[in-house]
Design a protein around this ligand. Sequence first.
Ligand code: GLU
Length: 326
Amino acid sequence: MKRTFAQAAAAFLGLFLLMGPSVEAQAKTSFLTIGTGGITGVYYPTGGAIANMVNSKKDQYGIRATVEATGGSVFNINAVVAGDLEFGIAQSDRQFQAYNGLAEWQEKGAQKDLRAVFSIYPELVTLVAAVDANIQTIADLKGKRVNLGDPGSGNRQNAIDALETAGLNYEKDLKAESVKASEAPALLQDEKIDAFFYTVGHPNGAIKEATAGARKVRFIKITAVDNLLNKSSYYAKSYIPVNNYPTADNKENVDTFGVQATLITSAKVSDDVVYAVTKEVFDNFENFKKLHPAYAVLTKESMLQGLSAPLHPGAIKYYKEAGLMK
Ligand code: GLU
């Protein structure tokens, strides 16, 4: 009995000694994960850029950041609010809807723990169609096989709204698909679908893939948006610069509407962690801007616009220190 106790005590001590330093190191390191999107979108490299900046100061902050490829905005918002992810990238319209209990959050209610950190870059509602499917206008999608996006994506609701501008109901008027945006380009090239919607920054890998195949494709403009914009303050008119995609069938830029990509977190994430993430991106702003062509239009001031959930106090602390906020 005694021996067993002594053995157990020794084993415990051994285990303690063995685990001691790593337990201590763990206590010093905060792990955080940023939810992004499909790997051919812009959320994924954006999450990677933010994580790299924070990780380069690991000794200073004790933060280890990683990214996760996800279905997109809706998934990220839900995972951040549930505490499964510390940060996520999400469309500004979805941030607004989640915080106010609209759209997907109508039944679940307002997500009051959602917090904004900063806006990043514009994302455009992008409609890509096969030339051989004879789609010239959005109304021509009637009866066609069209991918709207997976249920975790932000773009799905934008697609539904865009279809309504042409009087089309996605359930009745077309064969709507719900696959991930990252899979849509291959489906279009394989003639499994005729068109797809993707709300995304430009240029991006998914649209390059869609425009580079043997099946010729074109962007379709979405212009009858005045009513939609009047009732939805988060939407703004914009256009797709087609010089990014020289093999697409378009010669001129394509009018459409768009939103902002934003970084979100939860009220439950500590001020220190949110402060560190904000500081690293803003203190290295010029380097950050060079990391993706979609960031070319960014200014520090624009990164504080288009936010519809309250700012996290950790972000506010940095903005005040940096004189970006009073
Ligand atoms: N806007 C898309 C969404 O929320 C994701 C775009 C991207 O991954 O770049 O689902």
